[in-house]
Every structure is written in structure tokens, then in C-alpha cells.
Design a protein around this ligand. Structure first.
Ligand code: NAP
Length: 314
């Protein structure tokens, strides 16, 4: 008998049909049904669901639910909304996403490294002016977060010839990468950083971590890339650091409010590049295959995949 596997997303989510089709193809033994088409019997019977920004009310309507598999890597909203709901959250850890994200990290690091924002401004004012070239080997790119995405990015940056540093909560060891750990070592790393790339999860500890003090610890003229979540950065401190030329440029893919409101200051700031949350998209096919493998393993062994630690929030 095929079991019903709900796909839980907001009713307005435009890609639910594509997700149901991709998940169904990856899981022929399950009957994948979008949440709003479940009947009362289905609601009562499900013990696992695949989710994309689900509402907690929808999850509460599934009384036997034990765990959910998110199709996103960042699950901070779900973790924050859970409250007293006793539910395990499995987030997406996909090597294909890590590859895509590390490609974006390299692309936008090269954009900053080769002074593209500066030369674009010069072209706009028909100014012919060359600036001294400093090679990749003389530039340090530092990663905040050395998890699935940060580690892949560190390796890619190292391959491109940069000096690479990385910071995490617990100490890591990555060949060719200078690894720092814990709050006490953060400022140490920042002091030698030319380009700072943020790939931290949003948690109670990382919210606002890129504060005035932390940005102030970067050398004059450093740049930042935020591919994590908007609230990790103190926006006021960032704006001040850019206005005062402490930072030469910020590439921002994530914001406190998304889509970024049309009147937001970032759109027109001469030292900001705005991206519409595109640095590490989920690949529907590989994400569905990973969810399928995890769910099949659970069906056959009863073992859940590694889930988010509710205490640390990631
Ligand atoms: P992950 O595997 O959980 O890695 C998180 C890393 O951050 C780990 O190295 C962890 O340290 C470190 N960390 C967490 N809290 C810390 C703290 N308080 N101090 C120092 N280090 C801390 O996560 P991931 O898969 O790499 O994803 C990272 C984030 O990227 C996601 O949470 C999501 O928000 C964002 N993301 C953005 C996009 C996009 O398109 N813009 C796409 C996908 C994901 P330990 O290793 O010691 O645990």
C-alpha cells in the first residue's frame, strides 16, 4: 500500500506542482500530495512530510507527524515557530547546492578582487584610470561558517589561489585553510581579512553578529559578501561602515525583508550590489532524490536522518 507523503507549503507558493512532481518521481512508493489536497484520513495518518516554509498551523493539523524534511538548507523560521510542537526538522544538505553556492562565492569574490564595481563606476563617468593589481595570493578571503556550504566555498577559494581563513563554533581542519573557532578568535581572523564571506545559519547567537564592533575589526577598505541571512548583519552598522568608506563594497544576497522593498537604501547605495537571494538555489531534482533516500531509509529502518539541534538552532 502506498503511503501518503504530504508536501507542506504556503498556499501561495508558486512551485508546489513542480515539487510534488519531482518528489513523486523520486519516491514511486509514496503518494505525494500537496497539503491543501489532503483529506481527513491522510491528515491523521502521516508521520513524515516534506516542507517548504510551512505554517505551524498546517503542521499542527498532522497529529502523527514525527519529522519533516525541509527542501531548504536554512530552517531558522521553522525552528523559531515550532514552540511546543515536538517535531524533528531535517534540513537539506545537498552537495549540488554546496557546489552552486561555492561557485557564487568564487564569482562574487572575483568581482571584488578584480575591482569590478570600481571599474564600472569609472566607465559610467568615462574615466580611464588603472589601479595597482594585487594578486589573489596576496588577498585573504575569510568565511564565517565552515559547514556544508562554507567548507565547499573554502576549498574552491583555495583552488583559485586566495589565502583562505574560516571561522566556526567548533574547530575545523581543512587543508590549506587557516581555521579559527569560538568568539575569542573571531576578531583575530577579521584583522587579516580583505573579503569576508558570511555563510552562518541565523540563530540567537548569530543574529546581528556582523555588528559595528565586528565590522570595525576589518582592515580599512575590506569588502563583505552576505550569502547567509539578512538579520546576521546589523544593517545600520553596515550602512555606516559603507558611508564612511570603512568598507569598500558589500555584495548582499539576503535581507531583513525579502523581496527587498523598493525604497530600501541598499538599492541605490554606490557601494552595494543587490542580489535577489540567488546565490545557492535548491536543485529540485537532487533535493528530491536526497529526501527520497532519507525517507526510504526511515521507512525501512525507523532511523531518522540527523536533525536540527533545537538548542543551537541549526
Ligand atoms: P551548516 O552546515 O549548519 O554550517 C553552519 C556553520 O556555521 C558551521 O560551521 C557552524 O559551526 C557555524 N556556526 C553556527 N553558529 C555559529 C556561531 N555562533 N559561531 C561560530 N560559528 C557558528 O549550514 P550550511 O548548510 O553551510 O548553510 C549555512 C547557511 O547558509 C544556512 O543556514 C542558510 O541560512 C544559508 N543559505 C543561504 C542560501 C542563499 O541562497 N543565500 C542558500 C542556502 C543556504 P560548527 O561547524 O562548529 O557547527
Amino acid at each position: 500500500m502506498r503511503r501518503v507523503l504530504p508536501f507542506v507549503c504556503p498556499p501561495s507558493y508558486p512551485f508546489w506542482r513542480q515539487w510534488v512532481a519531482a518528489l513523486q518521481e523520486a519516491m514511486p512508493d509514496e503518494h505525494v500530495v500537496v497539503f491543501h489536497e489532503l483529506d481527513a484520513r491522510d491528515l491523521a495518518s502521516c508521520d513524515v512530510a516534506v516542507v517548504a516554509n510551512p505554517s505551524i498551523e498546517d503542521l499542527r493539523a498532522l497529529p502523527n507527524l514525527k519529522w519533516v524534511h525541509s527542501v531548504w538548507a536554512g530552517v531558522e523560521r521553522l525552528v523559531a515557530d515550532l514552540g511546543d510542537l515536538d517535531l524533528k526538522i531535517v534540513r537539506l544538505v545537498d552537495p549540488v547546492m554546496a557546489e552552486t553556492m561555492s561557485e557564487a562565492v568564487l564569482a562574487w569574490t572575483l568581482y571584488l578582487h578584480r575591482d569590478m564595481p570600481r571599474y564600472a563606476k569609472q566607465q559610467a563617468s568615462r574615466e580611464w584610470l588603472e589601479h595597482e593589481y594585487v594578486g589573489a595570493g596576496d588577498k585573504t578571503v575569510s568565511l564565517l561558517g565552515l559547514g556544508a556550504l562554507g567548507t565547499a566555498s573554502a576549498v574552491k577559494l583555495r583552488g583559485a589561489g586566495f589565502q583562505v581563513c574560516g571561522w566556526s563554533r567548533t574547530r575545523k581542519s581543512i587543508s590549506g585553510v587557516q581555521c579559527y573557532a569560538g568568539e575569542e578568535e573571531l576578531l583575530q581572523m577579521l584583522g587579516r581579512t580583505d573579503i569576508l564571506v558570511c555563510l552562518l545559519p541565523l540563530t540567537s547567537k548569530t543574529e546581528g553578529i556582523l555588528s559595528a564592533e565586528v565590522l570595525g575589526a576589518l582592515p580599512q577598505g575590506a569588502s563583505i559578501i552576505n550569502f547567509a541571512r539578512g538579520p546576521v548583519v546589523d544593517e545600520h552598522a553596515l550602512r555606516r561602515a559603507l558611508d564612511e568608506s570603512k568598507l569598500s563594497h558589500a555584495v548582499l544576497d539576503v535581507f531583513n525583508r525579502e523581496p527587498l522593498p523598493v525604497n530600501a537604501w541598499q538599492w541605490a547605495h554606490p557601494r552595494v550590489t543587490v542580489l535577489p537571494h540567488i546565490s545557492g538555489p535548491t536543485n529540485r531534482r537532487t533535493a528530491s532524490a536526497l529526501a527520497a533516500a532519507n525517507i526510504l531509509n526511515y521507512r525501512t529502518t525507523g532511523v531518522l536522518p540527523i536533525s536540527v539541534d533545537r538548542k543551537t538552532g541549526y
